[in-house]
Write a protein of this length. Structure first.
Length: 347
């Protein structure tokens, strides 16, 4: 949620607005992601305004480059605050970034949150250099704080089977929920990608799904024949319902009881329900099925580059976390198979 002060800073800063437009229209980031970047930059701008020695003095001359066609005597007053924020951002020194990170530490922000805020600043100043607003990036020499490595949670094969067998197949909503869970696990797609699927995105003959991923990038994800059978079963129910209901969206694959596209939140609620029925950990999320898919693929001998493409990861380093996860699992299996008797090791 964006605070009122954050909103004010975004309204005051022309260059923040330019950057957010760049993310939305050129990089094709979602509105939610752009707002998160905006909130981070607004907090940073608020920090700069409040830092000793950072703010502009009222008797300093103010640049008049922001409003055209207005009477000269009114521009200084109208643009005073806006120029102040932009000038602070454009004249940033590396020491101010370090001071900001120290401030976040003092406020006991999580290391992952600090790392994200620093990544926002890196992207913002890289953009400013690229657009010739500044000559050098003041954030480039700042190192990301070390974080605790948390391995993603995944389900064992038996746990996946238990979860997938939970929805009832003799009702149209049960058939839909079964198709949702099967699709998530069989393809490894994100929940946001799942709810965006349309009827014609499923290629039954080619056994693939056409996926629209992050940044509007499209990819093809293979899908198992058992998952396709469950989807076909759901479609038969769905189409019968649609015949008697004019409100059904004919394009959308996974619909709610009113025939409209499901939300990601709805998928999470459905999964919570089936986790409870299956007696599985309620902390498991739909994203856990994505982690399980990747882990099971690697355990079955798939190479890292193939899994990267299947998951739609832009960077291989993002996928590499699963190699740590599978290695940890293999070590656990090995240790269980070779118990050390009374603390004595074989030589």
């Amino acid at each position: 949620m964006i605070r009122q002060t954050d909103r004010h800073i975004m309204e005051e800063s022309t260059i923040i607005q330019k950057f957010l437009d760049y993310l939305r229209f050129e990089k094709r980031f979602s509105e939610h992601t752009a707002k998160c970047y905006g909130a981070d930059l607004s907090q940073f701008g608020e920090f700069l305004k409040g830092s000793p020695g950072q703010g502009l003095h009222h008797d300093e001359p103010v640049s008049m480059g922001y409003h055209e066609g207005e009477p000269e005597h009114g521009v200084a007053v109208a643009t005073k605050v806006r120029v102040e924020v932009d000038q602070l951002l454009l004249s940033l020194q590396t020491d101010s970034v370090r001071a900001y990170l120290a401030y976040l530490n003092e406020k006991e922000y999580a290391k992952a949150t600090i790392a994200r805020k620093l990544a926002t600043l890196r992207s913002f100043y890289k953009f400013l250099v690229k657009r010739n607003h500044i000559s050098s990036n003041p954030v480039v020499t700042i190192r990301t704080p070390k974080q605790e490595k948390k391995l993603p949670r995944f389900l064992e094969y038996e746990e996946v089977k238990r979860l997938l067998s939970t929805p009832p197949m003799n009702t149209w909503l049960g058939a839909r929920d079964s198709a949702i869970l099967e699709t998530l696990y069989s393809t490894g797609i994100r929940v946001s990608e799942l709810v965006a699927l349309n009827m014609d995105d499923i290629d039954f003959l080619g056994e693939v799904v056409h996926v629209r991923g992050k940044g509007k990038k499209e990819r093809i994800a293979p899908i198992g024949s058992s998952a396709l059978q469950v989807i076909q079963h759901y479609m038969e129910y769905r189409n019968k319902r649609a015949q008697n209901n004019g409100n059904f969206d004919s394009r959308v694959l996974f619909v709610n009881k009113h025939g409209q596209r499901l939300s990601t939140r709805s998928v999470r609620r459905k999964m919570d329900k089936y986790l409870k029925i299956a007696g599985l950990d309620p902390a498991i999320s739909p994203h856990t099925l994505r982690h399980s898919f990747a882990t099971h693929m690697l355990n079955s001998g798939a190479d890292l580059r193939s899994v990267q493409e299947l998951l739609g990861h832009q960077s291989l380093s993002t996928t590499q976390v699963y190699t740590h996860l599978t290695t940890a699992r293999l070590k656990e299996v090995y240790d269980n198979a070779h118990p050390r008797n009374n603390g004595h090791e074989e030589h």
